[in-house]
Write a protein that binds this ligand. Sequence first.
Ligand code: C5P
Length: 253
Amino acid sequence: MARRKKVYEGKAKILYEGPEPGTLVQYFKDDATAFNAQKKDVIDGKGVLNNRLSEFFMNGLTQIGVPNHFIKRLNMREQLIRSVEIIPLEVIVRNIAAGTISQRLGITEGTPLPRPIIEFCLKDDSLGDPLVSEEHIIAFGWASQQDLDDMVALALRVNDFLSGCMLAVGIKLVDFKIEIGRIWDNDFQRLIVADEISPDSCRLWDIETGEKLDKDVFRRDLGNLNDAYTEVARRLGVLPSNVTHATKPTLIN
Ligand code: C5P
């Protein structure tokens, strides 16, 4: 059998050429990295959970009309996605202060923000993904003003959707990051949600206990990352409720 062509390898995922033009296969690795890959580990089963959770969130977004790259899950670790031209910006939405905004502005973690705050970071590992302003984005041509308006609208819709999903299962959506890509439908360019949505790219806190159920468990050495992700998946109905440990997740179809 012919070997598939690898198009791109990132810290947590690999992209392969897809079966049709305009498609890619996205493979979720078990690798966990933090602090621009200064902290690294392999967490058995993380890729399986993120593949399934990203499928769940992207399908939900499709159902409410938020365009995204997901086509279908292929197997435990792979999904078929639309190929996009990624805009080189990380779009962060924050509802509650945590992480770098707390460090940067001296806001105590857990402080609710007066409204959802959107931040943009330049996707450049060699620079540590620096925070950039809309002025920078326009002046350096990373996106147009129209793109920015569309990105903000998409990010706020994703925020409303994810906040609701999480609230329904007793979890607070503190913040998250998405990536956005361009596609062309005939002569029209559209922006769609790309990359992944998973506990790797969100902060999720249990509403009652404040327990962290996201990648901060790994970043801050708070326990077993798979247990946290399995709990999120179980509450959302992505895993059967009798699964208590995630090293070998059992998926339901
Ligand atoms: O680190 P910071 O507080 O800026 O992160 C905000 C949110 O964006 C967190 O949910 C974090 O997991 C996510 N993020 C990410 N990838 C990055 C930077 C941040 O998923 N490179």
